[in-house]
Design a protein around this ligand. Structure first.
Ligand code: GLN
Length: 398
């Protein structure tokens, strides 16, 4: 390791996604690990971006986003959530939701402020909190229904609490936070004067007639919520890294002040493309969810047949499966075996936990893949020949 690295990064490894994609390539495995759709992105978005480049919309965008995209984000909020937002002061375009989380954390947190997170959490959350000097307070979502303990959450709120980070629909569990859970969070935020930061990038990938609820629409929450989302998942354009923050003007400033010096602005022609994509008709959004639901059902059945009992997700493009009864030390050992011996890459979810014990009997698979890819994965899963031996990861239950 380099002696030049700052303390804040010295003990970090490479992200689990990069690591597993490298192993997937090395073993020529079917990659159900790092989640990115392996089909073409939104056609009109691509065409619009191509035209924008040809028309030479190639200089810096306004730091908080091009007018057409901020307008489209406001229309989308009205259409799906009945929210009215001001395009000048309440919408900020950034380089994907990961930047939005960093910008929000850096813009809100003073050293020593506490930030509440639910684990498992998307892997960038913890560095975002820590880089900002925040102290993470972690609440565990418990498998298989991903509930949290109300008393534990109440106890986490205190005088030092600055913000709570909520991801719904939730990566990696597929949990949709229920209205009653969001109401409890909303009450606590109001009692303790805490800001909510919500990551809603899977807002359009919701199954079985369930409803995604935007926390900012609950009574008293608009004033204290920064709602984050992005284009990657809704339009199969994860490489474009176009995201946004919606918040009242004083909270939008938290994001804008960091964003202006971190990246200044987001790629101008891509923003024009996303402005068009967001205005897709209802059929587009319905089809997206229905199509993902079919793929989910296919992978659920394949995992079940393979002896990897899956936990049914209500949203996102992830499935967690339970490996308690298999003879592996933990999720990392299982994923190493699966990629090298089984030819399928998955993600060991302990990368998303502070309390590793709570996640070592689980493994995350994604299903944002073409049917041929999913079929190839299903065949390989069906052919798995688990080593014999003592129960491993499941020992947590004894
Ligand atoms: N969001 C993707 C996932 O959860 C990974 C993105 C990345 O590689 N940083 O798989």
């Amino acid at each position: 390791m380099s002696k030049y690295l700052a303390d804040r990064v010295a003990s970090m490894g490479t992200t689990i996604f990069t690591e597993m994609s490298r192993l997937a390539a090395e073993y020529k495995a079917v990659n159900l690990g790092q989640a990115f759709p392996d089909w073409p992105g939104h056609a009109a978005a691509k065409e619009t971006a191509r035209q924008a480049i040809a028309l030479d919309l190639n200089q810096y965008a306004i730091t908080f986003g091009v007018p057409s995209l901020r307008q489209a984000i406001a229309e989308h909020s009205r259409r799906f959530y009945n929210m009215d937002v001001d395009t000048n002061s309440e919408v900020t375009v950034v380089n994907g939701c990961t930047e939005a989380i960093f910008s929000a954390m850096l813009g809100l947190t003073n050293p020593g402020d506490e930030i509440i997170l639910f684990e498992p959490f998307y892997d960038s959350y913890l560095p975002a909190v820590e880089f900002a000097g925040g102290i993470p307070r972690v609440i565990t979502l418990h498998a298989p229904d991903w509930h949290f303990d109300e008393a534990e959450l109440r106890a986490a709120f205190g005088p030092r609490t600055k913000a709570i980070l909520i991801n719904t629909p939730h990566n990696p569990t597929g949990k949709l936070f229920r209205r009653s859970e969001l109401e409890m969070i909303a009450d606590l935020c109001q009692q303790h004067d805490v800001i909510a930061v919500t990551d809603e990038v899977y807002e359009h990938i919701v199954f079985d007639g369930n409803e995604h609820i935007r926390l900012a629409t609950l009574p008293g929450m608009w004033e204290r919520t920064i709602t984050l989302s992005s284009a990657g998942k809704s339009f199969s354009l994860t490489g474009w890294k176009v995201g946004w923050a919606i918040a009242p003007s004083d909270l939008s400033l938290a994001v804008r002040r960091t964003h202006q010096f971190a990246t200044f602005a987001t790629a101008a022609p891509l923003q024009e493309g996303i402005a068009v994509a967001l205005r897709s008709d209802d059929g587009y959004y319905r089809h997206l969810a229905a199509d993902y639901q079919e793929r989910r059902d296919f992978l659920l059945a394949a995992l079940d047949r393979a002896g990897l009992p899956p936990i049914q997700p209500h949203g996102t493009y992830f499935i967690m499966a339970d490996i308690s009864d298999l003879p592996f030390e933990d999720d990392v050992a299982f994923c190493r075996w699966l990629v090298s011996q089984g030819g399928v890459a998955a993600i060991p979810p302990t990368a998303f936990y502070v309390n590793k014990q709570a996640g070592r009997h689980l493994v995350r698979f994604c299903f944002c893949k073409q049917w041929e890819t999913l079929q190839a994965a299903a065949e390989r899963l069906a052919a798995l020949d688990f080593p014999s031996g003592r129960r491993g990861a499941g020992d947590r239950r004894s």
